[in-house]
Design a protein around this ligand. Sequence first.
Ligand code: AMP
Length: 268
Amino acid sequence: MSFKNLNIIDPLQRALAKEGYTIPTPIQMQAIPHLLKGKDLMGIAQTGTGKTAAFVLPILQRMSEELKVPIPGAPRVLVLAPTRELAAQIDQSFATYGQFLRFRHTAIFGGVHQGPQVRMLSRGVDILVATPGRLLDLMNQGYIKLKGVEFFVLDEIDRMLDMGFIKDVRKIVSALPLKRQSLFFSATMSQQTGEFAERLLKDAVRVEAAPQASTLECIKQRVFFVDQTSRRTSAPRPCMISNPATYRCLSQLILLHAALTSMTYPML
Ligand code: AMP
């Protein structure tokens, strides 16, 4: 399976090739075909699964099917993220994957002066990535209108709910047009997340990516407490590791680490 098999348009394929991405990740394989058809989606996926490209690529592709001149303060795409770091990262993904397209995008978040963000918005952006607080603030000041939003992404819903953004998100959603494509992502699926998504999504497809760092059942895990003073000099003992081959391998690694860093370990 390649991005070409997913019917990804040439400018996006070129950007992916430039990044060195040839094979879609499982969440991309599952989500992209539905999103290209305009379906709503609930994606259960953690960071690290390639979930950002899973929504950025089809959104960019669908936007390029109908080009529009950006209207000041009225984006076509709204992505909500719980933190400024994530908002900036998503905005960067739009820049990376959309480097051969001509869409304007920006991220807005709190903790910095609003001036540069307001100036960007007044020039017109197609894609707006935002944290809920700053978005509402600028909406209340009249700098942003959401009536032109065609694509709405809610990323990391579980974190958003944990951080107490539920009221803000509801207010933002009530300002969106009813006719839109909505894409929700969450690392976990609690009852609260499920109910929240059910109310806001229409006939949504559900896709799930296995967490990247899931625990293998064949690996037994144990915890050993080490006091602060011996923290730096503690090494695993044979009694801690049942498989002799694993113990030998770990010992070799520790000896190598000791040689490279001049760190002292007790006799292995
Ligand atoms: P995300 O889960 O969206 O935070 O993505 C995790 C990382 O995977 C990011 O550094 C992406 O640039 C990278 N990535 C996304 N899609 C692919 C792909 N198809 N092949 C290789 N890396 C990818």
